[in-house]
Write a protein of this length. Structure first.
Length: 138
């Protein structure tokens, strides 16, 4: 069995954003040479997320609005975590959206369902963060 890993780096200029990282992940898969196996993709920061869904701007807007209702950024005084940083809401948003995804690799391609894409969700941007891509298989 082969193993491959690579880190993808992001520095989002805004507090929140959703970025389709499918092309970067597919490039990692191609570099790995693995044709059959599993791909793990996870955010390596506690205020960011990796998730799978549709690449549709209306849905991304709805996520942003919904998450802000669930865990509003302001007032920052509503959270005990806030002190040194004002990012308690980002931790909660990440918990809802998830840390990672696992995708089957079949015949050298990501084995997605209809419309599925991989996204990086940023909830406390304006600094450099990384995403791990780990692939195992043959």
């Amino acid at each position: 069995m082969k193993s491959f890993h690579k880190e993808l780096w992001f520095e989002v200029p805004t507090r929140r954003a959703f970025i389709n990282i499918t092309p970067q992940v597919e490039k990692c898969l191609s570099e790995s040479g693995i044709k059959e196996g599993l791909l793990l993709c996870n955010a390596m920061h506690i205020t960011a997320s990796v998730f799978i869904n549709d690449d549709e701007s209306g849905l991304h807007h709805d996520y942003d609005v919904w998450l802000e209702k669930l865990a509003p950024h302001e007032p920052v005084s509503q959270y005990r975590h806030n002190g040194y940083e004002d990012n308690a809401d980002a931790h909660l948003k990440r918990q809802v959206m998830g840390r990672e995804v696992v995708v089957a690799v079949t015949e050298g391609k990501l084995h997605f369902g209809t419309w599925e894409q991989i996204f990086y969700g940023e909830f406390d941007g304006r600094r450099r963060k990384r995403v791990l891509v780990k692939i195992i298989g043959e």
